[in-house]
Design a binder for this molecule. Structure first.
Ligand SMILES: [Zn+2]
Ligand SMILES: [Zn+2]
Length: 309
């Protein structure tokens, strides 16, 4: 099955991005993405004349900033969804997710650590969301946690351990396409997903997204990943580094791959570019298995969890 690279979270000047949808689209096209979601704040950005081979999947970042920063991406929607405020934080998150599902879209919980708005404990009370932003490209969304605050990856493990099926994603949340590209600007090319789908159509990509048929990355590129009842097999290709600056591809990195289960416990760790993890024969105590591949460059690829019970 072919693999398609895409970004689920991008802004244009239809909200607080610095560039027109056309400029944003051309950046992603030039950098060899296959599909893109333009997710402006409380705005459904749809181009009438899209003369590009970059597939655009309609989206919106449903945005509430008071009393809490609750931002939920609606992906694959056909109409604008107005933000809904309820009497509690959890009710507000849930109501917006429910609205997305009712509109036929996929719901992504964005950057929970932005203004430290949502905790792991709160996330375990939310139902029906499809994706969690394990990595968001902006420094002020604090993907890695710290100072006693969980990383979003730790929150993801907490949810999976509570048997909440939710797929992880890496996204750009890009706003800045002009001027200097630097760590303190919200530039594109930092986090993406690679989807295994029959063909490059909205229908096919959305179906694979719903099923969790994708991995997500901040640079590490995979050639192969396959799952069976007793084994996960991975072949690493290399590292894509700094798209938009150098478009470089690094092949001499060293890789550490981990097999991860309940509450983030590392069951096994291997080195090299060709990895095979044997899964335990008795699986009852394991809620899920997932893998994480870290490069010596610092970039990471994550596979989706697989479940046996
Ligand atoms: Zn946001
Ligand atoms: Zn955003």
């Amino acid at each position: 099955m072919p693999w398609f690279k895409g970004n689920l979270h991008t802004h244009t000047n239809k909200s607080d991005g610095d560039s027109s949808p056309e400029v944003v689209i051309s950046w992603y096209k030039k950098n060899k993405y296959d599909f893109l979601v333009l997710s402006d704040h409380n705005h459904l950005t749809i181009l009438k004349n899209n003369n590009t081979d970059l597939l655009l999947i309609p989206g919106e970042e449903i945005t509430l900033n008071f009393p809490h920063a609750i931002h939920i991406n609606a992906i694959g929607i056909k109409r604008l969804i107005e933000p809904t405020l309820k009497t509690s934080k959890i009710k507000t998150i849930q109501a917006n997710i429910d609205n997305i599902i009712e509109a036929g879209g996929l719901a992504e919980i964005n950057h929970p650590n932005f203004r430290w708005a949502i905790t792991g404990d709160e996330l375990t009370k939310i139902k029906g969301a499809h994706f969690l932003e394990v990595f968001n490209g902006n420094y002020n969304t604090h993907s890695y946690g710290g100072g006693g605050k969980k990383s979003v990856e730790e929150m993801w493990d907490q949810m999976l351990t509570e048997k909440i099926k939710i797929w992880g994603v890496a996204v750009d949340d890009s706003h800045h396409f002009t001027g200097e590209f630097s760590a303190t600007r919200h530039n594109p090319g930092r986090g993406w997903i690679v989807v295994f789908a029959k063909k490059l159509t909205s229908e096919s990509i959305l179906k694979s997204l719903r099923n969790g048929d994708f991995y997500f990355s901040t640079g590490v590129k995979l050639n192969e990943i396959s799952f069976s009842d007793n084994e996960i097999s991975i072949v690493i290709s290399g590292d894509e580094v700094n798209p938009g600056i150098a478009n470089s591809f690094i092949t001499d990195s060293k890789y550490t791959s981990q097999l991860i289960t309940n509450n983030g416990e590392v069951l096994d760790e291997k080195y090299g570019k060709k990895i095979k993890f044997k899964l335990p024969t008795l699986k009852e105590e394991y809620k899920y298995f997932r893998t994480k591949i870290t490069s010596s460059t610092g970039s990471i690829a994550w596979s989706q969890p697989i479940f046996f019970n």
